[in-house]
Design a protein around this ligand. Structure first.
Ligand SMILES: [Zn+2]
Length: 213
C-alpha cells in the first residue's frame, strides 16, 4: 500500500512537471485489490507525502488516511467498477482541453490512435464531480482506454500508473498534432482510415509498444 502510494504521488508530480496539469487541477488513482488510492482534494502535488495518503473502497467509503478524496472520485470509481483498469489519470492538459471544445471525436491524424483503442471520443459536458460526468465518460470509453471530457480535460486508464500516464501524454500529444495541422489556412489534415487503425491495433497487440517507432 505504501509503495503504491509513493508511485501514485510520483506520477501526480510528473503530470504537474510535464505541464499536463496546473496547480491542484487533475487527479490520479491506483487500484490495489479492492482498495483505491487517490490524490486528495486541494493538496498541491509537490506537498503530497506519506501523511496525505487517501484510500477508499469501490463504493467511495474511506478506508485509510485523513485527507478528503478528490472531488472527481465518482469518475475514478466508475472506471474501476466497469473496466479492467488498475490506474486512472485525469488532467486538464491544454491541447486536449482545447480539442474537447471543438469536436465530438479526435480525428485520427496519427496511428497511435490505435493504441487507445481507436478515435478518442469526447464525453458530453457535465459538472465536475457529478455522476452524470462519470456516466458520460464511461460511454465515451467503450472499447477505448482514454477519452476527452468536453470543456474539461482528459481521462485515461491502464494496467498500472505508468501506462495510464503514458496514454494521457500520447493523447495530449495527438491533440496538439491535430490542432497544429488543422490550423493551417486552406489545408485540411489527412486522416487514417478505420482498416489501417485496425491493422496497427493488431500489430501493437502482437508486438507490444516496441514496434511503434
Ligand atoms: Zn477535472
Amino acid at each position: 500500500m505504501r509503495a503504491a502510494w509513493r508511485e501514485l504521488t510520483a506520477t501526480a508530480r510528473r503530470t504537474s512537471e510535464d505541464g499536463l496539469v496546473v496547480g491542484t487541477s487533475g487527479n490520479v488513482s491506483v487500484r490495489v485489490d479492492d482498495t483505491v488510492l487517490v490524490t486528495p482534494s486541494g493538496v498541491p502535488y509537490e506537498r503530497l507525502g506519506d501523511g496525505e495518503l487517501c484510500a477508499v473502497d469501490l463504493e467511495g467509503r474511506r478506508t485509510a488516511g485523513e485527507s478528503e478524496p478528490t472531488s472527481e472520485l465518482p469518475l475514478h470509481l466508475a472506471v474501476y467498477r466497469h473496466t479492467a483498469a488498475r490506474a486512472v489519470v485525469h488532467t486538464h492538459a491544454v491541447h486536449a482541453t482545447a480539442v474537447s471544445t471543438l469536436v465530438r471525436e479526435l480525428p485520427a491524424v496519427h496511428y497511435m490512435t490505435a493504441a487507445l483503442g481507436g478515435p478518442v471520443r469526447v464525453a458530453p459536458y457535465a459538472t465536475y464531480g457529478s455522476d452524470e460526468l462519470a456516466a458520460g465518460a464511461l460511454t465515451a470509453l467503450e472499447a477505448r482506454s482514454a477519452c476527452l471530457l468536453q470543456n474539461h480535460g482528459t481521462l485515461a486508464y491502464g494496467d498500472g500508473l505508468a501506462q495510464a500516464y503514458d496514454r494521457t501524454a500520447q493523447l495530449e500529444w495527438m491533440c496538439r498534432v491535430w490542432l497544429a495541422a488543422s490550423s493551417v489556412p486552406g489545408l485540411t489534415p489527412s486522416l487514417l482510415p478505420e482498416d489501417e487503425l485496425a491493422r496497427v491495433g493488431e500489430k501493437l497487440r502482437t508486438y507490444g509498444q516496441r514496434s511503434t517507432e
